[in-house]
Design a protein around this ligand. Structure first.
Ligand SMILES: Nc1ncnc2c1ncn2[C@@H]1O[C@H](COP(=O)(O)OP(=O)(O)O)[C@@H](O)[C@H]1O
Ligand SMILES: [Mg+2]
Length: 343
């Protein structure tokens, strides 16, 4: 394995310390991913510089010009406080002919936009929940074609921002209230989808052209689901105390037939390709009792924290965290953006 110069790119508030000694778990949580990736890259023998940016590109440009990293390990999830601007930073790296890990700008743009994702997948005849978009700043008009229960979320935010039990609505009055809540509090378009009652499944995909998939993972909502199939709210995803209290766990999806496993990983690969994703992604699906499967969301550049779903599902097939991180570096090195085709 070659020793590389690697810039670990993240948000300026998430630059990890050299050591976590003396810190509590809760103190480590915000920069846990950064810390895990940073220490793993160092242990693998790479030269690593961590670079935190907020809303200026100049430091990124200077670091790259001076230090000439082989690759930028991209952990940035927003720019200037805007989540979807991560794609522009990657576009910038391409324009200055800098290699980077994770997804390319086109894949980020398609997968971060939940409506565009549906529109592209419709062409491929891949099912996603029926939907209606309520643009920010426009008044509420009763949707005619959708059947309750419905699910209301932000069309552009991620990390379950604005998602709670109240996101599931059963009548027009609560639908209107929740759409207004998204407009007022998240300040984005509100996406209303048919509520899919079923098992929530995640499939990790790794690769640029040849794709590797990891076993289908499932979230068990424990006692947090009030009579329904459960939803991944912020607390369900990240609040450790809440997870313990309600017995929320994730792990290999139990009881799936080989045929179902195959069907699901093949679907995940088709979605990955249809959305032009590269690097790595976690494809979130829901499977109803009748076996029908729908895409909830394709997460390009998903959470890479040690012990989280993506890394755990890789580990379950013998891909250790170290080798996962190294493979992501290798994929960043071998990705062929347009500028490299003319080299
Ligand atoms: N149409 C839907 N039907 C049922 N549950 C949904 C639906 N859309 C989202 N959810 C629930 O909300 C969670 C978060 O939604 P998602 O679209 O993945 O947003 P985010 O980008 O914030 O993760 C999902 O993991 C799922 O539990
Ligand atoms: Mg999600």
């Amino acid at each position: 394995m070659k020793r590389r110069r690697i810039v670990l790119l993240t948000h300026e508030s998430l630059v990890p310390p050299e050591t976590t000694e003396g810190l509590t778990e809760a103190q480590i949580d915000p920069f846990r991913t950064e810390y895990n990736v940073y220490s793993t890259l160092c242990n693998l023998g790479h030269h690593v510089r961590v670079l935190g940016i907020g809303d200026r590109l100049s430091t990124l440009r200077e670091t790259i010009r001076e230090w000439k990293p082989h690759v930028v390990f991209n952990l940035l999830e927003e720019f200037s406080g805007i989540a979807s601007y991560d794609q522009h930073v990657v576009a910038y790296l391409e324009m200055i002919r800098q290699r980077y890990t994770g997804c390319n700008p086109r894949g980020l743009m398609l997968s971060r936009d939940k409506v565009l994702t549906k529109q592209v997948l419709a062409w491929h005849r891949i099912a996603t929940p029926a939907f209606h978009l309520f643009p920010f700043g426009k008044r509420f008009i009763e949707p005619k074609k959708l059947m309750f229960p419905l699910f209301v979320k932000s069309a552009t935010e991620d990390a379950s921002f604005g998602i709670a039990q109240a996101s599931i609505v059963d009548d027009m009055k609560s639908l209107r209230e929740r759409v207004e809540f998204i407009h007022d509090h998240v300040q984005s378009d509100a996406l209303v989808e048919e509520y899919i009652d079923g098992r929530e499944l995640y499939v990790g995909v790794l690769g640029n052209t040849r794709l590797t998939t990891f076993p289908v993972w499932e979230i068990d909502f424990g006692t947090s689901n009030k009579g329904r199939a459960g939803i991944a709210t912020r607390r369900v995803k990240w609040d450790r105390k809440y997870q313990v209290k309600h017995g929320i766990k994730t792990g290999p999806a139990p009881g799936l037939s080989d045929a179902d496993q195959q069907r699901l990983v093949r679907l995940a690969k088709r979605i990955y390709r249809a959305l032009h994703i590269s690097g790595y992604a976690r494809i979130d699906l829901r499977m109803r009792e009748d076996g029908s499967v729908m895409l909830l969301e394709a997460n390009a550049n998903p959470d890479l924290t040690f012990g989280e779903d993506f890394a755990e599902s890789a580990e379950s097939t013998g891909v250790s965290y170290d080798s996962l991180i190294q493979r992501i570096v290798n994929l960043g090195m071998s990705y062929l953006p347009e500028w490299r085709m003319y080299e």
